[in-house]
Each structure stands twice: as C-alpha cells, then as structure tokens.
Design a protein around this ligand. Structure first.
Ligand SMILES: Cc1ncc(COP(=O)(O)O)c(C=O)c1O
Length: 413
C-alpha cells in the first residue's frame, strides 16, 4: 500500500481551533445538544422523552444489530425512497462511524491497485487520497472555476480508460457549495452505464439546499434515484444534521452486492456503531424532528450567507466567488491586482490578529491549486458568524495590504 498523506484540512483545523475565538472553518451546521434537539421536536407530548428515552437507557448495551439499528436504517431507506418509483430496501443501507469510515470502506471494498478512479475536484481530500493510497490510478475531473464550478461531461468521456472502475462525485460540493445539476447527473449515469462503471457520490451536504428550490427542474436528486443500480452513496449526521459528535454515517446502494462488500469489511473496523449514537440519529431523522432541524439549518445558512454576500460586495476589489447554492461552505478567492494572495498566510494572520479561523484553500484543497482561496463555513451560530465577519472586515482594513502574494513567501506552518 502506498503512503497516505495527512488529511490536510482536519490537521489544520485540529491544530488551530484552540486559538480560535470565532470558528468560521466548520462545515457543520450549528451543532446541537440532545436537550435542544428534544426541544426542537414537533412532538410536544409528555411521552416524548428525547432520544435517550427510558426505553433506550434501560437497554443492555450489547453490540446491537451489526449493520445498524432497524429504526435508523428504515428511516434512511425511507428518506432515499421519497419520489422514487422503487423504494430502497432497508438491507441496502449500512451504518458506519461517520462518513469518514463510510467513504474509506467504499474505496477499500471496491478499488484494487491499478483500477482507474475519476474524482470530481476540488473536493474533500479523503475522496482522492484514499484510492491513491490503495494503488489506484486517480484522475481529477476538475469543475470549471470560471463556469460556476460546472463539470464538463464531454471531458469526462475523454477521461474514461478501459480500467476505469469508479466515478466519484461530491454533491453538493465541498468546498464550493456548488451542485451537480440533474441533467449533468443523468449524463454521468449514462456514461457510467455504458462503460459499467460504479458511480460513488458523497452526499454528505444533502439536503442543505438553501438557494435552489426542489421545484427547479435542475434540482439534483440523490444518484440513488436515477435508475442505475451500480451507484453507492455516503451520508452523515455531521453536517446538515448538526451532530458530528455522535459519529454516525451511512452507505447506501441500489446494488446489494456493493453494500455487502462494504459491510464485510466494516466488521474488521468497528463491528457495529454505538447504539446510543444510533438512537440519537434515529430521533433526529424522525419526521417530528427532521423538518424542524432542516428548517433551523437552512434558515441559518440563508441568514448568514446574506451577510457574507454583503462582505463580498464591500470587498469586491479584493475578493470574488461563485455564490454557493447548497451546503454550509463557500470558497472565496482573495487577490491583489488579479494575483492570488498567499491563503495560508492570510488565514494564519487572521487567526493570530483577530482570532477568526478559516480554511486555507491551497493548503487543504490543493496542493498547488486554489491559491488565494479560503473556505468559509456559514451555517454556524448567527452571532458567532456575524462577530467573526466583523473581525474579518477589520482585518481587511488593517492588515490585508501586508498579506503577501502566493509564491512570494514560503510559509511553512
Ligand atoms: C465531503 C466530506 N465527506 C466526509 C466528511 C467527514 O464526515 P464525518 O464527520 O461524517 O466523518 C467531511 C467532513 O468535513 C466532508 O466534508
């Protein structure tokens, strides 16, 4: 097995977050406590004891159901079956410790050395570093920065090789907040079907669609509902559902064999996921909580994004972006006279001088690309976001002129 790189973004956030007074690096929608989750529920009856009900607390804590609790898997299968002609069977969902493990298992189970894997880019590093570490030949399929981060399907056709095993998508996309629209998804599926390629879509930011309406004809469905069996998706409670601390994610596929391959490997890593975590996840995804939680987070994303829009407008001499339509993250490029600034230096000085944490783009989504970019997480607590943005404004007035251009100074931190 080849060496694997550090997961640069997690390393950056972990090493810097203790210094941050305002953490605008997070892609998790405002995290929530069990008490607040219970209060958010639309079930106001006395019998609603919250996720850790007497029934859960009195349960003996064995391994539980190894593929994941029936309650959680059937809720997830139900969510993936909305507006689809063929419901997703519960056996086609397996629970993991976060999407991190879900993603890892998909690659470990389905990629062999010398398989060719095409990865939508930029994206979360795990999605290309893990197949690389397994010896796969990875081609990055770049979204067009100058065309609203759109993907060119003609280009995809040219990337296919006889040994192409998998096309990896991230929809909505981290770090841009762009979506792959329905038509493009269908075109990708048609190409995959023609060449018998598995489509793996990381849908962790689904369904945080704050600026595209479900009635829009290009609104992206989950790839699970596009009539092709060799698709596999991963998701998680961490981002859209505000619960990264419970470490619950999942893998779902129309093809039971693909799920079985992942579940077989999962036994070697976790055996089963914590039953308490699963109980919290099942409660949050249940009808009486789900809509309120999604509304809370979509409203927050819209409210904070409006502030970010005004910031970009005010500092348009220094920054530009493609406004995100979904997710909790935006990718903003800072430049001087058209030349990108050193984003690592920008983030390091912003943290040191103002206590605001952002994610440097080249460091965490490059390397060697996306210089000048920073990722901003905007679905966090509204007061924290506003205060952090005010400090970023101060930084722009007081310090921006001293930030070096990319490549002018070797910044190793
Ligand atoms: C695209 C993507 N996938 C997976 C993860 C990891 O998620 P989890 O907390 O569920 O392990 C992240 C976290 O930032 C992510 O952005």
């Amino acid at each position: 097995m080849a060496q694997i790189e550090y997961l640069a973004m997690e390393r950056w956030i972990d090493s810097k977050s203790a210094e941050a007074k305002y953490d605008l690096s997070s892609s998790c929608a405002k995290i929530i406590s069990i008490q607040d989750l219970t209060a958010l529920s639309e079930d106001k009856s006395e019998s609603n004891e919250g996720p850790l009900s007497t029934q859960v607390l009195s349960r003996c804590l064995g391994y539980g159901e190894m593929a994941g609790s029936t309650a959680l898997r059937s809720t997830l299968a139900g969510l993936y079956s909305v507006k689809t002609p063929v419901p997703l069977p519960i056996e086609n969902v397996t629970i993991t410790s976060g999407a991190s493990l879900a993603n890892y298992l998909v690659f470990q189970a389905l990629c062999k050395p010398d398989d060719h894997v095409i990865v939508h880019y930029p994206t979360y590093q795990l999605l290309y570093s893990v197949p690389q570490s397994l010896g796969a030949d990875v081609t990055l399929w770049k979204a067009k920065e100058d065309d609203k981060w759109k993907l060119d399907v003609e280009e995809l056709k040219g990337l296919i090789k006889p040994n192409t095993k998998m096309i990896v998508l991230n929809n909505p996309q981290n770090p841009t907040g762009a979506i792959i629209p329905r038509t493009t998804l269908k075109e990708i599926i048609a190409i995959a079907r023609e060449h018998s390629i598995v489509v793996f879509s990381n849908e962790i930011f689904r369904p945080l669609f704050h600026s595209v309406h479900p009635g829009d004809e290009e609104f992206p469905p989950s790839v699970l509902s596009l009539g092709y069996d060799d698709v596999i998706v991963t998701g998680s409670m961490s981002k859209v559902y505000s619960l990264p601390g419970i470490r619950v994610g999942w893998i779902a596929s129309r093809n039971k064999k693909l799920i079985d391959q992942c579940t077989k490997l999962r036994s070697y890593t976790t055996i089963s996921v914590s039953q308490l975590d699963e109980a919290v996840a099942a409660y949050a995804l249940d009808g009486s909580c789900l809509h309120a939680l999604l509304k809370r987070n979509t409203d927050l994303a819209r409210q904070n994004l409006a502030l970010l829009v005004s910031f970009i407008e005010k500092y348009k001499w220094a920054c530009e972006w493609v406004k995100p339509v979904a997710s909790s993250v935006a990718f903003v490029k800072f430049a001087k006279m058209g030349k990108p600034v050193d984003d690592l230096e920008f983030c390091a000085q912003l943290l040191q001088k103002k206590g605001v944490l952002l994610v440097p783009g080249a460091q965490c989504f490059g390397p060697g690309e996306y210089t000048g970019y920073v990722r901003v997480g905007y679905a966090i607590d509204a007061k924290e976001f506003e205060a952090g943005l005010d400090l970023l404004k101060e930084f722009m007035e007081e310090e921006y002129e001293n930030i070096p251009l990319a490549g002018r100074k070797l910044a190793i931190r």
